[in-house]
Design a protein around this ligand. Structure first.
Ligand code: NAG
Ligand code: NAG
Ligand code: NAG
Length: 425
């Protein structure tokens, strides 16, 4: 008995040791192979008070079958100098994946490849996207995880994989009310109909409907300033794909998501209505006794396929004081808090959100169960009214952990052999 038992223990120890060597080997390997490239978006021009909401197709991006490891961006001028938010407010930028037919003649033929969820339609399908907090928000994906792109098996015959960049920026130099312009207050833009000529309902005080491309925010009397040329400069890091990389799925949750459950004969169908933005009433107009001047918004959403959270970060606008994602049992999955600048230089602009804290749980320690209902909470300081605010949560989820992944990947036959030896004994 003791002979077999000792053998088993020895073999088991060997197995664990080899597993460790294999794991650390893979992360060393991944670190060594990290590639990085800096790209410039097409040029956009902004004069004082003006707005750009540009869609740039087929931007510079890593090609081939790779795993993305990070995406960082900032607005720069023609000399490459970072532009501070109090001059050019970066409302948001989004990076969207699409498939373009080799015979396509127009952009409407492109097939958008959405992230894993859970909003529907054309909103919040991006792979990356942030706003004013861009310079101070970590986006690195820890080893051995990565966002898999360019897998030839997933690109349909006759199509190319391409990337679209949307940049929405507002030049607030010389404006009468900088915060109002960044919050897209309709009266400052003198806007009563949206981009498509539809009239805007009277109780809509501000938001994306009022600061569309080429709109103009109100300037101080007599202010004049030069137009200037700007770019979004972005840095992408990636590694070539290999079987040791564990893919993560991208989820973007929206606190304005009102889930409509519809019954049909086959069961329940869900319909996510994500409105992107909402309004925060000022606590003085919101006559509640003992109002703490914190506006809290919550939504509960079922998460169909769970996994392990690898990274989490919220997106909020000025006035935001933090956002938390809770599990069904009330545990905190991730809490993300904005940091505000207190200077004037790019990256530290007073009064602006210059970074969001992120969650990097120890691998495997934060698990979301299949079908678990998550609750997203977004809090704003309501001392002042805020229009067009957002409450998003960006999550990266791995459906398997490295050890499980290796067991299932083609290179794991060695481990299977060891397991077989153990079982044979
Ligand atoms: C605001 O818009 C209206 C109609 O679109 C126009 O008649 C008016 O001159 C504009 N006001 C300003 C200050 O631009
Ligand atoms: C800004 O905040 C930092 C960190 O909290 C602090 O060290 C610094 O003194 C502050 N600067 C100003 C000008 O208030
Ligand atoms: C909200 O903002 C006001 C004024 O800027 C500030 O005095 C107050 O402490 C803030 N409250 C919270 C909860 O951050």
């Amino acid at each position: 008995m003791s002979f077999v038992a000792r053998d088993l223990v020895l073999l088991w120890a060997m197995f664990l040791l080899l597993l460790c060597i294999q794991c650390s080997g893979s992360s060393m390997k991944t670190e060594a192979k990290i590639k990085s490239a800096v790209f410039l978006s097409p040029k956009f021009e902004l004069g004082p008070g003006s707005v750009v909401n540009g869609y740039y197709y087929d931007i510079g991006f890593p090609r081939g079958h790779v795993a993305l490891k990070s995406f960082n961006a900032e607005v720069v001028d023609e000399s490459g100098n970072p532009v501070p938010l109090h001059e050019t407010y970066l409302h948001h930028w989004l990076v969207v994946r699409y498939h373009q037919s080799k015979h396509a003649t127009q952009n409407s033929d492109n097939v958008l490849i959405r992230n894993s969820g859970i909003c529907q339609g054309n909103t919040l399908g991006q792979y990356f996207g942030l706003g004013s907090e861009t310079r101070g928000t970590a986006t690195d994906i820890p080893d051995p995880f990565g966002i898999e792109i360019g897998n030839p098996e997933e690109i349909p015959e006759g199509f190319h994989e391409k990337w679209l960049l949307n940049v929405h920026a507002i030049d607030t130099r010389g404006t009468k009310d900088k915060l109002g312009c960044t919050e897209c207050k309709c009266e400052l833009y003198n806007v009563t109909v949206d981009e498509y000529g539809r009239s805007i309902r009277p109780d809509y005080k501000g938001g994306l409907l009022c600061c569309y491309d080429s709109k103009q925010c109100k300037l101080k009397e007599g202010f004049e300033g030069p137009k200037r040329s700007l770019y979004l400069r972005y840095t992408v890091k990636w590694v070539d794909w290999d079987d040791f990389i564990v893919p993560v799925k991208i989820y973007i949750l929206d606190v304005t998501d009102t889930l409509k459950l519809s019954d049909n004969s086959k069961g329940m169908n869900s319909d996510h209505d994500c409105k992107n933005e909402y309004q925060v009433e000022s606590c003085s107009t919101d006559h509640k006794e003992g109002n703490s001047c914190v506006h809290e918004k919550r939504t509960s959403l079922p998460f169909q396929t769970g996994g392990y959270m690898i990274y989490g970060a919220a997106h909020q606008h000025s006035g935001g004081i933090g956002s938390t994602l809770y599990g069904q049992d009330g545990r905190v999955i991730c809490s993300s808090i904005p940091s505000y600048g207190n200077g004037s230089e790019a990256g530290n602009e007073a009064g602006y959100i210059v970074g969001m804290s992120t969650c990097y749980p120890k691998s495997g320690s934060v698990k979301i169960i299949d079908g678990e209902t998550l609750t997203l909470e977004s809090n704003y300081n309501s001392t002042k009214e805020h229009t067009g605010v957002m409450g998003l949560f960006y999550l990266l989820v791995a459906e398997q952990l490295p050890y499980q992944h290796f067991r299932h990947s083609t290179r794991s036959s060695f481990f299977m052999d060891i397991n077989n030896i153990l079982l044979d004994n």
